[in-house]
Design a protein around this ligand. Structure first.
Ligand SMILES: [Zn+2]
Ligand SMILES: [Zn+2]
Length: 295
């Protein structure tokens, strides 16, 4: 099983690979641009070449990029909708140049959910026709904050089945928990599994975002927390991984990074929780990293 986490690209894209290697990760996730800005940084060809080469050299098997925060792929406002899809296309093209495997994006938000899902499906069909995978676009389930789409796996499944080309699923444990899937309970895990199987299909599940949740199940509040120290807890995460990790290509952590000890500790917890799921190299501590929050 490939395990890694989201790393900062401060200082250039290849910096994230160095952080990943230091912590013995075989997978990682990055933003390819500043996630809180519409401004576009042209990534030099040389930086991309170094990224591709070092990624192979460091044995990073799975690389995912996460779409920045500002695009809303289900926006009712036409100019924002256009701008959002242009941004996704630009990030997708960059991800392709970097030879990454997956691009993760959230379904967006809309007051009228049905209309929002329609706009999302239309945009996806359009982008996929122009830029077929790789990288494969993965839709991520959400906590369902305010008018956020994608908290319900059945609705996500409907989108995935409406698109002409393949799209995958990224399953975030903290989001699922906040959305009302109590991963601590066997019956809820069974329901989640059924909804994925009947919706997008278990083969669509490519990535797991393994995060604990600061807030309780069903709170619809998206706040990632240190593994084993949140409301899902060690046992809940362990049970979840035992049932779902086998389908995914990688497990990615998006846990808070407040101190230099946080990343190595969360990774070692993840290794312990996932032990028995396949070979995973041991960690080489310590590793700094100023980045965090919700993703
Ligand atoms: Zn996530
Ligand atoms: Zn995300």
């Amino acid at each position: 099983m490939n395990l890694g986490m989201h790393f900062s690209i401060a200082g250039g894209l290849p910096k994230a690979l160095v952080l990943a290697r230091r912590l013995a990760c075989t997978a990682l996730q990055i933003f390819v641009q500043n996630p809180r800005s519409w401004r576009w940084r042209q990534v030099p060809a040389q930086e991309m070449a170094i990224f591709r080469q070092q990624r192979r050299q460091y044995g990073i098997n799975i690389v995912a990029t996460h779409l920045s925060y500002l695009p809303n792929l289900a926006a009712a406002d036409e100019p924002l909708y256009q701008r959002s899809w242009e941004r996704l296309q630009a990030e997708l093209a960059l991800a392709q140049d970097l030879e990454v495997d997956y691009l993760v994006c959230h379904p967006g938000h809309a007051e009228d959910a049905a209309a929002g899902y329609q706009r999302l499906a239309a945009g996806l069909a359009d982008v996929l026709a122009r830029q077929p995978p790789p990288p494969l676009i993965l839709l991520e389930n959400t906590a369902g904050q305010k008018n956020e789409l994608g908290a319900d796996l059945r609705a996500l499944g409907a989108i995935l089945s409406r698109c002409p080309l393949p799209i995958g699923l990224c399953l975030d444990t903290a989001h699922a928990f906040a959305a009302g899937y109590n991963l601590r309970r066997a019956d809820h895990r069974r329901r989640l599994r059924q909804e994925i199987a009947r919706g997008p299909g278990l083969t669509a599940l490519k990535l797991i975002h393994c995060n604990d949740s600061l807030y309780p199940c069903g709170s619809r509040r998206d706040r990632h927390w240190h593994l084993g120290q949140g409301c899902i807890g060690r046992r809940g995460l362990q049970k979840f991984l035992a049932q779902f990790a086998g389908y995914a290509a990688a497990i990615i952590l998006e846990t808070p990074k407040k101190t230099a000890a946080d990343d190595p500790r969360n990774l070692s917890t993840a290794r312990a929780l996932a032990s028995g799921l396949g070979e995973m190299p041991a960690a080489i501590p310590p590793g700094p990293g100023p980045d965090g929050g919700r993703r």
